[in-house]
Design a protein around this ligand. Structure first.
Ligand SMILES: *Cc1c(COP(=O)(O)O)cnc(C)c1O
Length: 472
C-alpha cells in the first residue's frame, strides 16, 4: 500500500470561496469575453491562473507584520532580510527591489552594453525584455529536449554546453557579460537544472571570464528536484542543496512572489563589491532607499521569514507532491499533459485534448473557458493567443505548444481542491467532442492574451452542449 500524505500545515484562518451556479458562471464567462484573464476573481472557485504573489502566508509571517520597522533609512526589518538572504542564499551583497523585474532592470542596465549577447536556458518574458531594452540579444542555449512536450528528461532545464560553447566561439566572450541561468525554467513548464549542469556551466563561463547570474525565482523547487533525481543528494537538506546550487553563480535576481513565500517583493544579490556599489545607486533611482527598495518594512519582515520557511524540507516536498497529485491523476485518466510534471504547474496539451479543433479555433483558450464553465476553475491559455502575431507579416504566430496552464499557488489549496480540478477535467475529456472553438471578436495590438475577447464558434453560442450542469 502506498501511504497517502497530507499538507504539512493546519488551517488557522479561512477565506470563503465563491461557488457560482452553472448559469452564473456562464454569465461571468460571457461578460469576460471567454477570456479567463477578464473573469473577476470574486467569480472564481479555484484560481490556478498563476503562482505569482498568490502564496498564503504563515501565522509567523502575519505576526511579524506588526513588527515591521517603517523607518525611511536603516530599517531593522531590512537588516533582518539582508542577513537572511546572506545566510540562506550565501551571496555577499543584497539589495531590495519591489519585485523580480526591478532587480532584472538594474542588473541589465549595469552589465549590458549595446550589441551584447545573453545566453540563457529559455527566456522569461520580463527578464528578456530588460536584456533587450538594454541592447542585448538573447540566445536560447537550453537542451533540445526542453522544446518537446513528450520527452521525459529529469533535468529538462539544463543548458546544452555545446550550444553555449558555440555562442562563445561565434560572438566572443567579451560580448557576453553574463549567462542568465533560470532554476527552474518557468516557460519550459517548471523544469529543473541539475547540480552537475550548474557546475559545468559555471566552470565553462569562468574559464572564459564570463559571469553567471541566476534567475533564482524558483530555486527552492529546483533544489527539491536535485534531491529527488540526482545521485548523492537524497540525504542532503534542501537548504544545503540550495546553497551549493547558488555557489555556482556570481549573483541572482529574485522574485519574492514565488519561492520567498510572500505576495510582493524581490531582491538582487551578488558577490562583486563594485557591482554592488553601482547597483545601490540605481536602486535609489528606481526602487527606493537601499534599506527598503519598494517594500514596506512589514513586507521585509514577512519575506525574511518566508525565505526560511521555503527551505523547510516538509514544505517543499508537499509543494512538489501537490503539483504531482494533480498531474499524476490526469495521466492515469489518459488526459494529455506535458511531461515530466514540473515544479509549479500542470499543462494540458490542448491539441491532443481537442483534436477536432484547428489551432486557428483557439483550442487552448476554448479549453480554459470550458473548464471555468464546468467547475469555476480558472486556468490560463499558453498557445496561439499568447504567441501573438509576427511583427513583419502580421500573421498569427503558430507555436508548437498549444497549452492550458494549471498553476498551483503555494500553501493555498488542499489536495481535495486538486481532486475537484481532476474530476472536472476528466468530465470535460469525456465530452470533449462537444467543446467547440472560439472566434476572436476583439484583438488588442500588444500582449493580446490579457484583454482579447472571444465568442463560441457554434451557432448555438454554447461552448459545451450540456447546459444543465451545476457545480455540486
Ligand atoms: C515571476 C518571474 C519573474 C519576474 O518576477 P516579478 O516579481 O513578477 O517581477 C522572473 N523570472 C521568473 C522565472 C519568474 O517566474
Amino acid at each position: 500500500m502506498v501511504r497517502r500524505t497530507a499538507e504539512p500545515y493546519k488551517i488557522k484562518s479561512v477565506e470563503t470561496l465563491a461557488m457560482l451556479s452553472y448559469d452564473e458562471r456562464k454569465e461571468a464567462l460571457i461578460k469576460a469575453g471567454y477570456n479567463t484573464f477578464l473573469i473577476d476573481s470574486a467569480d472564481v472557485y479555484i484560481d490556478l491562473l498563476t503562482d505569482s504573489g498568490t502564496t498564503a502566508m504563515s501565522d509567523a509571517q502575519w505576526g511579524a507584520l506588526m513588527t515591521g520597522d517603517e523607518a525611511y533609512a536603516g530599517s531593522k526589518s531590512w537588516k533582518k532580510l539582508e542577513e537572511t538572504v546572506r545566510e540562506v542564499y550565501g551571496y555577499r551583497y543584497v539589495l531590495p527591489t519591489h519585485q523580480g523585474r526591478g532587480a532584472e532592470n538594474i542588473l541589465s542596465q549595469l552589465k549590458i552594453k549595446d550589441g551584447d549577447f545573453i545566453p540563457g536556458n529559455m527566456y522569461f518574458t520580463t527578464t528578456r525584455a530588460h536584456q533587450e531594452m538594454n541592447g542585448a540579444k538573447f540566445v536560447d542555449v537550453i537542451i533540445d529536449e526542453a522544446h518537446d512536450p513528450n520527452v521525459n528528461h529529469p533535468f529538462k532545464g539544463n543548458i546544452d554546453l555545446t550550444k553555449l560553447q558555440k555562442v562563445i566561439d561565434d560572438v566572443g566572450a567579451e560580448n557576453i557579460p553574463y549567462v542568465c541561468l533560470a532554476v527552474t525554467v518557468n516557460l519550459a513548464g517548471g523544469q529543473p537544472v541539475s547540480m552537475e549542469n550548474m557546475k559545468d556551466v559555471y566552470s565553462l563561463c569562468k574559464s572564459n571570464g564570463i559571469d553567471v547570474f541566476l534567475d533564482a525565482t524558483r530555486c527552492v523547487e529546483n533544489a527539491y528536484f536535485i534531491k529527488e533525481r540526482e545521485d548523492g543528494f537524497a540525504d542532503k537538506k534542501i537548504a544545503a542543496i540550495l546553497k551549493e546550487m547558488l555557489s555556482y553563480s556570481d549573483g541572482c535576481t529574485m522574485s519574492g512572489k514565488k519561492d520567498c513565500l510572500v505576495n510582493i517583493g524581490g531582491f538582487l544579490a551578488m558577490n562583486d563589491e563594485e557591482l554592488y556599489i553601482r547597483s545601490r545607486e540605481l536602486v535609489v533611482v528606481y526602487e527606493g532607499m537601499p534599506s527598503y527598495g519598494g517594500m514596506a518594512g512589514r513586507d521585509m519582515e514577512a519575506m525574511a521569514i518566508g525565505i526560511r520557511e521555503a527551505v523547510d524540507d516538509h514544505y517543499i516536498e508537499h509543494r512538489i507532491q501537490q503539483v504531482r497529485h494533480l498531474g499524476d491523476q490526469l495521466i492515469d485518466a489518459g488526459i494529455p499533459i506535458v511531461l515530466p510534471i514540473g515544479g509549479h504547474a500542470v499543462f494540458l496539451d490542448a491539441r491532443k485534448f481537442l483534436p477536432h479543433l484547428k489551432q486557428e479555433d483557439f483550442p487552448a483558450q476554448a479549453l480554459a473557458a470550458a473548464l471555468y464553465l464546468d467547475s469555476g476553475v480558472r486556468s490560463m491559455e499558453r498557445g496561439i493567443i499568447s504567441a501573438g502575431r509576427n511583427i513583419e507579416t502580421g500573421e498569427n504566430n503558430t507555436p508548437k505548444l498549444e497549452l492550458v496552464r494549471l498553476t498551483i499557488p503555494r500553501r493555498v489549496y488542499t489536495n481535495n481542491h486538486m481532486n475537484v480540478v481532476v474530476d472536472s477535467i476528466i468530465d470535460l475529456f469525456n465530452k470533449r467532442d462537444e467543446i467547440c472553438g472560439l472566434q476572436m471578436d476583439y484583438e488588442p495590438p500588444t500582449l493580446r492574451f490579457f484583454n482579447a475577447r472571444f465568442s463560441p464558434l457554434s451557432k448555438s453560442g454554447k461552448l459545451i452542449s450540456k447546459e444543465n450542469k451545476t457545480m455540486n
